[in-house]
Design a protein around this ligand. Structure first.
Ligand code: ADP
Length: 353
């Protein structure tokens, strides 16, 4: 084989390799000609920008609806400017891209534009979650803090001299400070669970003993609200591998909610074995949850009624913590609820390790 044919062969291999690279790329690649038609679109671009498959030969404006892209391409084709441009682009189905448009002269007369589209939807989503989270935490801390400040200032302005007012205000300050402590504790727990830094030690756990001891702690709270507390624990409940403290936190949070959101009714805790799982249900006859809120109830800070939750000392983080702990045990958690009738929060944990 002569020198030139070896070179040709290796060029052929190179071209094939380049094609494979562009085909497999998880970024959109596009070549637009001077008449604003698509000379080439890689599979990723076709998949994310079109439902109709092959795009070659189509007009750019048929495929990309984003005005900034169309205007930038127009400008680039008309001007002699050779500088690449970076723009933010909205795709279909609520997706976001960062696009880099690069003018490229094939010959003196022929100019094309190569576009690279990087999907940043997920990054944007995570950023939005972080932003919301910081805003929520700041708001949640600011509310009790400004109350504490308000009452302290009123006391310093003279209310201090009236013993009855003093006691009254100090009680309120104490309640708000407790709320802040609860919030910070829940935030730390959640942050440790989310970053997998919460140490969990799995040991065979007697769930019946745990439920009975938890129930005792709630008896006074339930009695004060006219609630009957009942346990219904099946026979032959096996021990399950679980972290006792964390599971206690789950049942305490669910029972606490059941009592918080019920007046004069019944709260029942069931435990039973189903297939290879142990299922616990915490059932109440309380206010229930509107159907539209159910899918979001396990999100951090999501509350059906913010005012009511705060009034009752809630942080809006309890169910997010519960969900993380159950997931850390390879379990499942779900809720059934009917507005005005009551709710059943259920979780199931594997019986065997
Ligand atoms: P909170 O501290 O507000 O109770 P949670 O994360 O424990 O926060 O619960 C989130 C929201 O879910 C509550 O604010 C409430 O609206 C709703 N919720 C939770 N448990 C119940 C229940 N047993 N009955 C009715 N609503 C409930």
């Amino acid at each position: 084989m002569g020198i030139s044919s070896t070179k040709e062969a290796s060029n052929g291999v190179k071209a094939k390799l380049l094609e494979a690279v562009v085909d497999e790329m998880q970024n959109g690649v596009l070549v637009i000609d001077a008449k604003k038609r698509l000379l080439y679109a890689n599979p990723f671009f076709e998949k994310t920008f079109s439902a109709a498959g092959k795009l070659e030969g189509k007009g750019l404006s048929e495929v990309v609806k984003d005005k900034t892209v169309l205007e930038t391409v127009d400008r680039m084709l008309l001007s002699k400017e050779e500088k690449p441009q970076e723009i933010a682009v909205q795709g279909k189905g609520g997706r976001f891209f960062e696009a880099r448009l690069v003018p490229f002269l094939i010959s003196d007369l022929q100019k094309v534009i190569i576009g690279f589209f990087h999907d940043v939807t997920e990054e944007k989503r995570v950023e939005a979650i972080k932003r919301d989270f910081v805003a929520n935490v700041s708001h949640e801390l600011r509310t009790p803090l400004s109350s504490i400040k308000g009452y302290a200032e009123t006391l310093l302005d003279g209310a201090l001299d009236d013993k009855k007012t003093l006691k009254n205000f100090l009680t309120i300050i104490d309640r708000h400070a407790n709320r802040m402590t609860a919030l910070i504790e829940d935030l730390l727990t959640l942050s440790m669970l989310e970053s997998h830094q919460m140490p969990m030690s799995f040991e065979p756990l007697d769930i019946k003993g745990l439920i009975n001891s938890i129930i005792q702690g709630f008896e006074k709270q339930a009695k004060d609200k006219g609630i009957k507390l009942i346990t219904d624990i099946g026979k032959e409940i096996p021990k399950i591998p679980a972290d006792k403290d964390r599971l206690e936190q789950v049942i305490v949070n669910l029972a606490d909610n059941a009592i918080k959101y019920t007046n004069n009714g019944t709260v029942r805790i069931f435990a039973r074995k189903t297939d290879n799982m142990l299922q616990i249900d915490v059932e109440d006859t309380g206010i229930g949850i509107p159907e539209k809120d159910i899918p979001r109830i396990f999100e951090r800070f999501y509350r059906v009624d913010k005012g009511r939750s705060r009034e009752l000392g809630g942080t809006g983080l309890g169910l997010a913590i519960v969900k993380h702990i159950i997931q850390g045990h390879n379990g499942k958690i779900w809720v059934k609820s009917e507005l005005g009738k009551g709710s059943v929060f259920s979780f199931a944990l594997p019986v065997k390790e």
